[in-house]
Design a protein around this ligand. Structure first.
Ligand code: HEM
Length: 237
């Protein structure tokens, strides 16, 4: 594994961390939020510079369901990120001298809406890359052989994270945030800071796991004997 690829993954990890941090606006306040948000956007731009060749391959790439889903998720992510960036610039306190006429309630609502959608879509984006991320984790930890007990323990952890994610979705009322409904139930950071981040991580974990297993199911369906794709493969052999 090249050191450049490893540093790219570290940048991705930092970007994901900054995204989570951005949700805690009412914990450390506006300055920390704007600094973290700006740093995240710089990392997202760097991320896209590294991945620029992917865009060039879209036209020639495969048209299998996973590839089409990957393309759709990436473009949805781009739309949500742009909405987050533009609304963020419009309501920025640091830029308020320039932008204040636009800093209305609706722009704030759009910013919050985009942020929660980014959380869900980035998680799906990671779920699509989970086999690669697991491959890197195996290399870094020197795991070379399958182990039934380890697989069982990891699957039990995944189930626990998914159940926690469902609970966290209710605890943070994620449905109301994704549908831009008005709520006044902001998290009370005086009660718990860690609790908030655990909920955000569990929600991200839920969407990573749903995407990962949906892709696995698609692949298994394709390989099932008698499926149209499997028959076509046999004909060509
Ligand atoms: C916090 C935000 C994000 C995280 C954590 C993240 C994470 C990742 C990871 C782990 C990879 C694979 C390794 C790599 O190439 O670095 C990846 C690939 C990629 N990401 Fe992101 N990403 C984020 C945001 C974005 C955004 C906003 C876009 C585009 C609008 C994007 C577009 C891509 C593309 C095009 C690839 C290559 C896809 C492929 O090879 O199949 N990412 N991302």
């Amino acid at each position: 594994m090249s050191p450049v690829f490893l540093s790219r993954l570290v940048f991705d990890l930092i970007a994901a961390g900054l995204l989570l941090f951005g949700f805690s606006y009412w914990w450390l306040g506006n300055v920390a939020h704007e600094v973290a948000g700006s740093a995240m956007f710089v990392l997202v731009i760097v991320h896209n510079v590294f991945n620029r060749r992917w865009y060039g391959r879209i036209a020639k790439g495969s048209r299998e369901p996973r590839s089409l889903f990957n393309i759709a998720v990436t473009f949805l992510l781009m739309t949500a990120m742009l909405a987050l960036l533009i609304s963020g610039v419009l309501i920025s306190n640091a830029l308020s001298g320039v932008m204040s006429p636009y800093a209305g309630f609706t722009v704030r609502q759009i910013h919050t809406l985009a942020a929660y959608w980014v959380l869900v879509i980035v998680s799906m984006h990671l779920g699509l890359r989970w086999p690669m991320i697991m491959g890197v984790a195996r290399k870094l930890t020197g795991i070379t052989q399958p182990n039934a007990v380890r697989t069982l323990v990891l699957r039990a952890i995944v189930v626990a994270i998914a159940i926690h994610g469902v609970w966290s979705s209710f605890a943070l009322a994620i449905g109301t945030k994704l549908s831009m409904q008005m709520t006044l139930d902001w998290w009370n950071f005086e009660e718990s800071v860690a609790g908030f981040f655990v909920h955000c991580l569990a929600i991200a974990g839920l969407y990573i796991c749903l995407t990962y297993y949906a892709m696995k199911w698609l692949l298994a369906r394709k390989r099932r004997p008698g499926s149209a794709a499997a028959v076509a493969e046999n004909v060509h052999q």
